[in-house]
Write a new protein. Structure first.
Length: 177
């Protein structure tokens, strides 16, 4: 019985995943499934430099993730002048095995401005130290510093949490569009 209580208590702890606030998000390359770079390895961290960025790591394609991606997709369009960048990195062993599912998911949810690709290791980029229980990790950064870091286990990414992430964009963007 004590073991179950301890397990429940531990699962209630916030999931900590990825570079901490104030740290620099390290470069990593992943294989693109969408966009003009489809099939190629890409390092968006390298290209983004000091611009504001919303980076999403996910272990599975879900409806809550689609809602988050749609909100970030809209934000990228709304803040084009401010050069907001965002992308979604799925963590999986083999991009080619995920490609069809990703393309269907992107089409179904009308994701247009956010590139989606696969980092071909379920652990994620080694320097990121993504938590194994984190189904979704979101990093908001600007000037090569993480400003917001949130992570969610399966089932924890709710509409309210998505709104908190979208509101958090104000920490990396100018006040006007």
């Amino acid at each position: 019985m004590l073991i179950y209580i301890l397990m429940a208590a531990l699962s209630a702890e916030p999931c900590v995943s990825g570079p901490r606030v104030g740290q620099r998000p390290g470069p990593y390359s992943f294989v693109m499934s969408t966009g003009s770079e489809r099939g190629k390895s890409q390092c968006y961290i390298c290209e983004t430099a000091d611009r504001p960025m919303a980076v999403v790591f996910a272990r599975s394609l879900s409806e809550p993730l689609a809602k988050l991606a749609a909100k970030l997709d809209k934000a990228v369009a709304d803040y084009k002048k401010n050069e907001l960048r965002s992308w979604l990195t799925l963590l999986a062993e083999d991009q080619s095995k995920q490609d069809e599912a990703i393309l269907g998911w992107v089409k179904k949810h009308r994701i247009k401005a956010i590139p989606v690709g696969v980092f071909e290791d379920v652990e994620g980029p080694p320097s990121y130290r993504l938590h194994r229980e984190a189904d979704v990790t979101v990093l908001l950064a600007v000037k090569q510093k993480v400003v917001v870091n949130v992570a969610f286990r399966v089932g924890e990414l709710t509409d309210a949490k998505i709104e908190e992430i979208v509101t958090g964009l104000s920490k990396i963007l100018p006040t006007s569009k």
